[in-house]
Design a protein around this ligand. Structure first.
Ligand code: AMP
Length: 215
């Protein structure tokens, strides 16, 4: 299956993507994770991305599209993938369509995670992520680790992403509304969008998502 996951920051895309990718046996491709890995490895691409990310803005398409395409061309993604955080504007969606068409394949679904805006801000401000694996996500209030600052899954250090600070979150939400939301209409015209509520327990949202994907 080839799936695109969309939703505002804080909708739980990363968490759901990890579970869904496992259930569907396809790789989870997150452009945000790819950028963060490049930043921690000190690559040129990481340097180009960092200032945009810290400001809550989109990294320019010239950098992002090439990186996403390279990842999709890896052998593990030949039979499908779950895209998390890409595409994030209409020109990226168009570039993805061109790349898929060149391989004579199509998207199966665009899963739209819906969550009210006040909930988004609460979720992100308290979010703490494991340095070893960004799918290990905790929350200072809703999902506390047994030891403060330590990941229950692997013992890694928990930290707050620089772009999860409140001011940046507001900027990211604005960017989501103006640049990313239009891709939902773009894909709706292709009959691909399934919308589910991202509220409630993680496992309930995963179940809802699997049902919406017909699994
Ligand atoms: P995420 O982990 O998906 O929330 O992404 C974190 C940040 O990485 C975003 O706020 C952007 O600055 C950047 N980013 C991730 N994916 C993209 C993309 N498809 N296009 C542009 N910037 C992106």
């Amino acid at each position: 299956m080839r799936i695109v996951l969309v939703g505002p920051p804080g909708a739980g895309k990363g968490t759901q993507a990890a579970f869904l990718a496992k259930n569907l046996s396809i790789p989870h491709i997150s452009t945000g994770d790819l950028f963060r890995a490049n930043i921690s490895q000190g690559t040129e691409l990481g340097k180009q991305a960092k200032s945009f990310m810290d400001a809550g803005q989109l990294v320019p398409d010239e950098v992002t599209i090439g990186m996403a395409k390279d990842r999709m061309e890896q052998p593990d993604a030949v039979n499908g993938f779950l895209l998390d955080g890409f595409p994030r504007n209409v020109s990226q969606a168009e570039a993805l369509d061109v790349a898929l068409k060149a391989d004579d394949v199509k998207l199966d679904a665009v899963l739209d995670l819906e969550v009210p805006e006040d909930e988004v801000v609460k979720r992100i401000a308290g979010r703490r992520i494991c340095r070893n694996d960004s799918s290990h996500v905790f929350h200072v209030e809703y999902s506390q680790p047994s030891t403060e600052g330590v990941c229950d899954a692997c013992g890694g250090e928990l930290y707050q992403r620089d772009d999860d600070k409140e001011e940046t979150v507001r900027k990211r939400l604005e960017v989501y509304h103006t640049q990313t939301e239009p891709i939902i209409d773009y894909y709706r015209e292709q009959g691909l969008v399934v919308t589910i509520s991202a509220l409630g327990k993680v496992e309930d949202v995963t179940k809802r998502a699997m049902e919406a994907l017909g699994r």
